[in-house]
Design a protein around this ligand. Structure first.
Ligand SMILES: Nc1nc2c(c(=O)[nH]1)N[C@H]1C(S)=C(S)[C@@H](COP(=O)(O)OP(=O)(O)OC[C@H]3O[C@@H](n4cnc5c(=O)[nH]c(N)nc54)[C@H](O)[C@@H]3O)O[C@H]1N2
Ligand SMILES: Nc1nc2c(c(=O)[nH]1)N[C@H]1C(S)=C(S)[C@@H](COP(=O)(O)OP(=O)(O)OC[C@H]3O[C@@H](n4cnc5c(=O)[nH]c(N)nc54)[C@H](O)[C@@H]3O)O[C@H]1N2
Ligand code: SF4
Ligand SMILES: [Mo]
Length: 694
């Protein structure tokens, strides 16, 4: 069954971007009755190209699985009743338990306008400190390490074109061939110009197969590898003393620590042979122009921040960051993973990447919002801490969810599901009946990407326009309309606008003078120029494609070496749980799978969860390819068929996290958090394998 789209006003076409990952590939959409045609479009440094998720993204616009009416307790209702119900419950709960009893969980896929409105809605309409978002689970460790070293966090502080012109790249914990396929174009160009690619991953992924050198380390040991490479750089005389003296501080503290990571010790910890360590550092040194890039494999650990700091230290010692073409960067993940982390849906943050506990920032933003700075709440807790506190004594009693599906994607998901069920009120705004929407009291159907205007900020910090092909179906509203409607019924209708353009203009004013300054960016300018890199403080400012040229964003303009020490995974293997489990992604599915599992061709391409095992590990358990395997951790058990391949280490199992039910990987994962970023340890925990009797 198709939606009755005949009632919709057809539109000729829209030049927009893919709804999924941070590469934000350009798309031309053309409406044709019930169908929407997708064609790739060159934008910025991206040549025309889409992965299979992008090609099929528009199918969800007309899917019969999309939500078309609000529901209360599963029963269809009107918007008036749904909003009145939520308002009354929020007022009751806040009256009884205080303003912080209502919490919000946002997402890095939301446009800048929505992320901004959500943060403002929390602080000004609800007056709650309890808001955070799924970016905590994504690039928060790289963000924190970037701020420590450089004074600010922009995933790639240079345009993507610099990747193609690099002479060597150290790619740590990233499988771009599956997670950003068109990005591989830049790597291929680099390699065909003679550049070398070094990939660090416990699995020989499609990305690692392209590499000049693959370092197949033990999960959770990247920090030791980075220290070892720095050690070798020092003893081989590869460090750039001039650069260190002119542009950095703190090397003297890092130097003695690195000296304790001699190659044989690093081989014992990481499993990476001494010869490969030597080869890697030689490649990086010999290249006149090298890049160090990290992604989730290195970052999603309870020591994720220190791990990234260790790689930044290495890049600094080699004299890379801030020189033309030579840099460190983090590959941001979600569609608006960059912009979504700048404008206030983070627990400790105000728009423009300002700090909520900074009196000057409070004063500036309060003025834009027309409120008393003293009335703005102080920082709340991080996403997992928030989920863990739901329904507990003194914890939130109500949660509003926009753009995330934590029942599938949060660590220790069974516990998280129980916490969500214990709430007095769970409201989920979504396009589809996600696993989290399925347990909500109120579900609000929201517009999809091709049905609304907005902006996102891609992985290079380039602000780009998302354009509407046509309006949403009759009983579906945009997130901004939902927030504006709730603000109205909560008596603060003047605070939230349903209009994206007005919201963006206000965001510009609120961000003015901040780190992520959007004040000089307008829809008109984005339409004219195709995209603008932040910071862009005034309308005549050209934007900032390359950062740190004249100095870092630290008080004295120098980049900081951060002394860090290796420590093992929070949960190391032992006799009861003898196997490492790591988790990640496959090409055909996006995140919790809520969207891509509903697209027939993607479901056919990757129908089911699986447990990837090396033949030796499988053999020790009597497991053959396709056998059902039970994976048991201290948090629970999951079952899925074995996929046997010699591309994975013999001590490690891998599961993608895109599925719910019996094969939900996050039933198993460890919610141990990084002390600084509060990133959970998604990428390593200890498990036991059992063959399920047929
Ligand atoms: N197809 C697809 N593409 C996506 C997404 C998606 O869900 N599906 N999501 C988007 C988002 S939000 C993100 S954050 C990005 C993520 O993009 P990536 O970071 O590329 O994705 P992952 O698969 O999570 O992890 C990358 C690799 O880390 C490896 N790894 C596991 N443990 C370790 C370790 O301890 N050390 C090292 N060095 N490597 C390790 C895994 O084997 C995996 O190959 O992808 C974006 N693109
Ligand atoms: N084990 C393990 N777990 C992981 C990871 C891992 O590598 N391993 N990776 C983590 C990472 S990096 C990430 S980013 C998270 C992602 O995990 P989630 O946050 O769960 O990601 P999505 O599946 O993208 O969830 C988005 C939800 O919002 C809906 N949605 C999409 N667009 C909109 C919109 O505009 N408005 C509204 N209201 N809803 C919308 C979608 O239908 C979907 O239900 O997972 C994390 N979890
Ligand atoms: S690589 Fe990312 S942005 Fe590009 S088409 Fe695929 S999912 Fe969309
Ligand atoms: Mo992510």
């Amino acid at each position: 069954m198709k939606l009755p789209l005949g009632t919709l006003e057809p539109m000729p076409g829209a030049a927009t971007h893919c709804p999924y990952c941070a590469l934000q590939c350009g798309m031309d959409l053309r409406g044709d009755g019930d169908l929407v045609h997708v064609a790739p479009r060159a934008t910025g440094d991206n040549p025309p190209g889409l992965c299979q998720k992008g090609w099929t993204a528009a199918e969800l616009l007309t899917s019969n699985e999309r939500l078309t009416t609000p529901t209360i307790d599963g029963e269809p209702t009107t918007w008036e009743r749904a909003l009145a119900h939520i308002t009354q419950r929020i007022q009751q709960i806040q009256h009884q338990h205080g303003p912080d009893a209502v919490a919000i969980l946002g997402g890095g896929g939301l446009t800048n306008e929505k992320a901004y409105a959500l943060g403002k809605f929390a602080r000004v309409v609800l007056g709650t400190k309890n808001i955070d978002y799924n970016g905590r689970f994504c690039m928060s460790s790289a963000a924190a390490a970037g701020i420590k070293a450089f004074g600010l966090d922009r995933g790639l502080p240079f345009p993507m074109a610099d990747i193609a012109s690099a002479e060597a790249i150290l790619l740590v914990g990233s499988n771009v061939a599956e997670t950003m396929p068109p990005f591989v174009h830049h790597l291929s160009t680099m390699q065909s110009n003679g550049g070398a690619l070094i990939v660090v991953d416990p699995r020989r992924t499609p990305t690692a197969k392209r590499a000049t050198l693959h370092l197949q380390l033990t999960p959770g040991t990247d920090l030791a590898l980075a220290q070892g490479l720095l050690h070798l750089a020092i003893v081989e005389g590869y460090v750039d003393r001039d650069y260190i003296g002119a542009r950095t501080e703190g090397f003297a503290e890092v130097h003695p620590i690195a000296m304790a990571y001699w190659p044989e010790r690093v081989e014992r910890i990481t499993g990476v042979p001494v010869s490969q360590q030597r080869k890697a550092i030689r490649i990086l040194h010999d290249a006149g122009n090298a890049l160090v890039l990290t992604a989730r494999g290195a970052e999603q650990h309870a020591k994720g921040v220190d791990t990234v700091s260790a790689f930044v230290n290495l890049a600094l010692a080699l004299g890379l960051p801030g020189t033309e073409g030579n840099r460190y960067g983090c590959l941001t993940g979600q569609g608006n993973g960059q912009g979504g982390r700048e404008h206030g849906q983070k627990a400790d943050q105000l728009p423009g990447y300002r700090k909520l506990d900074d009196p000057k920032a409070r004063e500036h933003v309060a003025k834009v919002w027309g409120v008393d700075p003293a009335d703005l709440p102080m920082p709340g807790v991080s996403a997992y801490e928030l989920l863990d506190a739901l329904g507990q004594p003194n914890g939130p009693r109500a949660l509003l969810v926009f753009g995330t599906n934590p029942v599938v994607s949060a660590p220790r998901a069974k516990h998280v599901e129980e916490r969500l069920k214990s709430l007095d009120l769970l409201v989920v705004a979504d396009l589809v009946q996600s696993e989290t929407a399925a347990i909500a009291d109120v579900v609000l159907p929201t517009a999809q990407w091709a049905e609304e205007e907005g902006t996102t900020t891609n992985l290079e910090g380039r602000v780009i326009r998302r354009r509407r092909l046509r309006p949403p179906p009759p009983k579906v509203r945009t997130d901004l309309e939902i927030l504006a409607g709730l603000a109205e019924s909560l008596g603060k209708g003047d605070k939230i606008s349903a209009d994206p353009r007005r919201t963006f203009e206000e965001l510009g004013r609120a961000s003015a003078g901040g780190i992520a300054d959007y004040a000089g960016i307008s829809y008109e300018r984005l339409d004219r120029d195709g995209g603008v890199f932040w910071p862009c403080p005034t309308k005549d400012h050209p934007g900032t494609p390359r950062m740190f040229h004249d100095g870092f964003a630290t008080p004295n303009g120098r980049a900081r070496f951060v002394p860090v020490e290796y420590r093992p995974a929070v949960e190391d293997v032992d006799s009861t749980y003898p196997v490492y489990l790591t988790t990640g992604r496959v090409l055909a599915h996006y995140q919790s799978g809520a969207q891509t599992r509903r697209i027939p061709s993607l479901r056919r391409a990757a129908p089911d969860p699986f447990v990837e095992l090396h033949p030796q590990l499988a053999g020790r358990h009597g497991i053959e390819d396709g056998d059902e395997v039970r994976v048991v951790s201290r948090r629970g058990e999951a079952t899925a068929p074995a996929r046997i391949t010699d591309t994975i280490r013999t001590d490690t199992a891998f599961m993608p996290f895109h599925w719910s039910g019996a094969g939900r990987a996050n039933t198993l994962t460890n919610p141990a958090l990084d002390p600084t970023s509060k990133m959970p340890e998604f990428k390593v925990c200890a498990v036991r394998l059992e063959k399920v009797a047929p």
